[in-house]
Design a protein around this ligand. Structure first.
Ligand SMILES: Nc1nc2c(ncn2[C@@H]2O[C@H](COP(=O)(O)OP(=O)(O)OP(=O)(O)O)[C@@H](O)[C@H]2O)c(=O)[nH]1
Ligand SMILES: [Mg+2]
Ligand SMILES: [Zn+2]
Ligand SMILES: [Zn+2]
Length: 392
């Protein structure tokens, strides 16, 4: 049977080996299970709150949908990951659940991007696709990762930027697990299908040595990757636009970061083959180039927002960015991608919509105005068959 991956710890397993979690409710005449801290869950996800115990499925020739807790006898239908023991969203076993990794060098804009993208998912993207979007486990009080709430408030309410993300050696970060439920028409009938999306925002620091990159197990389990390229670090950028001082700090050529990510994804792959996982290569901070490109530039015209991914506009943007890369002396990035990846595409994104005050870490007084942030995600979703792709 095809393996599935846990959206929290990214380990892969057969669906038949899914564990259960006790409901924590008493069964008649027996004492109810006590909530305890699960050491494996804490080690793998950092979650250290007491919760009802998880237990393996009973030995059986078919996969049971419910099982009795060995401690208290209560029958539970809550499924849990057999590796990290985190309870999985309802319907996980029957739904698609692509994992999406967000990676890039230090300071590339990953945390700002992830925060803004998830904010957009909850607001504009949800409406545009008539989708029901929720954070897994929201009812159970462990849904939205706390860091997201903090960052969302900082960006959208306080107009402030935040410090860089701590490396995973200091503390494991729980990925954001989002459920996308959408009506689709199948043979003239409306059916609903659920997709579980997991976003993991790595610390850029973790990408600066191959040893650290190798530890990022989630990357090799991901079904799609969003790689953020910091355009401030491209060789020709300093000659074309005024670079902020912070842009010069922690400088590392994006090609180096990309090469290390490729090294990880290639592990175990024959030399003549290319990586099949689709990879969205994102120019972050494109707002800093608005002046250089000029108002009439096609990259500054976002496609019309319909309930689909706009394939023609996507191809067009891809071509313009390939040209911009060459213009900025970074055509080695394109050569690298062509040599190693079957499916990749360039995207131009500004999470903030305008340049912040880099030194004072303040966002433009007009607030966050996301520019084309949805396209990398929609492109990946169209690959996974979750949404339609317009053909023009
Ligand atoms: N001009 C512009 N700058 C941005 C944008 N997004 C992020 N930045 C700048 O990039 C800096 C880093 O953003 P983060 O999202 O924290 O970067 P990161 O990739 O998560 O960094 P690490 O956590 O250190 O790996 C911010 O403090 C801003 O100065 C954007 O949309 N436009
Ligand atoms: Mg970060
Ligand atoms: Zn129990
Ligand atoms: Zn797990």
């Amino acid at each position: 049977m095809a393996k599935v991956a846990c959206p929290y710890c990214y380990h892969q397993f057969a669906p038949s080996s899914l564990w259960f979690q006790c409901t924590g409710r008493p069964s008649p005449g027996r004492e109810k299970c006590r909530r305890t801290v699960d050491p494996e869950r804490e080690r793998l996800t950092g979650f250290a709150n007491p919760a009802p115990p998880a237990f393996p499925p009973p030995k059986s020739w078919r996969t049971p949908r419910r099982a009795a807790c060995p401690d208290c006898g209560t029958v539970s239908g809550i499924r849990a990951c057999p590796v990290c023991h985190t309870p999985l969203p309802a319907g996980f076993a029957d739904s698609r659940s692509p994992l999406i990794g967000v990676v890039g060098g230090k300071n590339a804009g990953k945390t700002v991007y992830t925060t803004v993208l998830v904010h957009e998912l909850r607001h504009t993207i949800r409406r545009r696709f008539d989708a029901d979007i929720s954070f897994a486990g929201e009812q159970a009080g462990m849904g939205t990762a706390q860091w997201l709430e903090r960052y969302e408030q900082a960006l959208f309410d306080d107009r402030a930027l935040f410090e860089s993300t701590a490396g995973s050696a200091d503390g494991v970060r729980i990925p954001l697990v989002v459920q996308w439920r959408q009506p689709r028409t199948r043979f003239g009938r409306e059916v609903h299908s659920t997709t579980t999306l997991s976003f993991y925002d790595a610390a850029g620091e973790d990408m600066t040595t191959q040893e650290f990159v190798n530890r990022q197990a989630y990357l090799s389990a991901a079904d799609g990757t969003i790689v953020l390229l910091d355009p401030f670090q491209l060789p020709g950028t300093a000659d074309r636009i005024e670079l902020p001082d912070v842009g010069r700090r922690d400088a590392e050529p994006p090609i180096n970061v990309l090469t290390r990510i490729t090294g990880l994804l290639r592990a175990g792959l024959a030399d003549r083959r290319r990586i099949s996982t689709p990879i969205a290569v994102v120019f972050s901070k494109i707002d800093a180039f608005f002046g250089m490109l000029g108002e009439q530039h096609p990259l500054l015209r976002p496609p019309v927002a319909g309930p689909y991914y706009d394939e023609a506009a996507g191809q067009d943007t891809d071509e313009h960015l390939r040209a911009l890369l060459a213009d900025l002396g970074a055509d080695d990035i394109d050569a690298h991608l062509r040599a190693h990846y079957q499916t990749f595409r360039y995207f131009a994104v500004s999470s903030l919509g305008a340049e912040p005050d880099y030194g004072r870490k303040r966002i433009d007084p007009a607030g966050v105005r996301p520019f084309r942030v949805d396209e990398p995600l929609l492109w990946l979703l169209s690959h996974f068959g979750v949404i339609e792709r317009s053909r023009a």
